[in-house]
Ligand binder design. Structure first.
Ligand code: PAF
Length: 285
């Protein structure tokens, strides 16, 4: 595996592969990799493309009071993992490489960036869209892979690519979960053991909500109420949001008549976890 922290070197490596006719697949990450990231790599490798994985903890997507300095990092462990997983080149730039001077140019995917996580994290998705756009310009991939745990992020990037006519196919990759159901996240290591145990309530309550919908409940308000009740009664988690949204444009849903996204964000202490579930609904029911 090649590795570089410099943009011109990465560009050279990629240009050589493109000359050989290889397609380029980009897996953007912030490191501290887990099985969810390995699944992104597996999906990228299945395309036979030349796989570029980036590790960059992007300061632009963290608010002033957020966990940028606490965000877990272990570059050498990550490098071993991605080499074993068959990544072709690891790109791990420093902040000065990505942002050599204060940024005055940003990418904003309006509306999609102010709802759900965007409501509590103002500026977060502007930071995400801007850095992903930079990574797209740097690596010029034919395709890029995003985990569905960050469903809103995936939809926002998909929309950015459409609106800006970027010739990049966006692949969503299903959530990978721990055995007890907790969605894999780099932030899980920040939980105390008690918080870690309690955090299972997120996937449990999402499953219970799905069962309720399958049993015929069609009121989004009632499903949201059930989710909130379960999380509050069975954990010390503090709910940021619990919402039911359209899977496509993320608009609010009142009556559950088409595929919907159950989305939630809950604080366990200082650590904010997100999870979601797509529930396919028979249109005639
Ligand atoms: O999902 C992430 O890890 C980040 O938001 C991303 C897409 C790498 C942009 O910094």
């Amino acid at each position: 595996m090649k590795r570089t922290s410099h943009i011109p070197e990465l560009r050279e490596i990629i240009a050589l592969e493109k000359e050989k006719g290889r397609k380029i697949a980009l897996v953007p990450t912030m490191g501290f990799l887990h099985k969810g990231h390995l699944s992104l790599i597996e999906h990228a490798k299945q395309t036979d493309a030349f796989v570029v994985l980036s590790i960059f903890v992007n300061p632009l997507q963290f608010g002033p009071k957020e966990d940028l300095s606490r965000y877990p990092r272990d570059l050498e462990r990550d490098a071993r993992m991605v080499e074993e997983a068959g990544v072709d080149v690891l790109f791990h730039p420093m902040v000065e490489e990505m942002y050599p001077r204060p940024m005055v140019t940003f990418v904003e995917v309006s509306e999609l960036d102010t709802m759900l996580c965007g409501a509590t994290r103002p500026g977060h998705f502007r930071g995400v869209a801007t850095v992903v756009s930079k990574l797209f310009h740097i690596a010029q991939p034919d395709m890029a892979f995003f985990g569905q745990k960050d469903y809103q992020q995936y939809k926002l990037i998909e929309r950015m690519v459409i609106d800006l006519n970027l010739p990049i196919k966006i692949y969503p990759v299903p959530i990978v979960r721990e055995e007890d159901g907790l969605a894999m996240s780099s932030r899980n290591v920040l939980l105390t053991s008690e918080q870690r145990q309690q955090a299972v309530i997120l996937s449990k309550s999402l499953k219970a909500a799905e069962v309720s919908i399958r049993a015929g409940q069609r009121s989004a308000q009632e499903i949201e109420r059930q989710l909130r009740e379960r999380i509050t009664l069975e954990s010390d988690g503090v709910i940021d949001y619990v919402e039911i949204r359209d899977t496509d444009d993320l608009s609010k849903v009142t009556d559950i008549k088409r595929p919907i996204l159950l989305a939630l964000a809950v604080f366990f202490g200082k650590t904010r976890l997100i999870d979601n579930k797509v529930v396919e609904v028979d249109q005639d029911v």
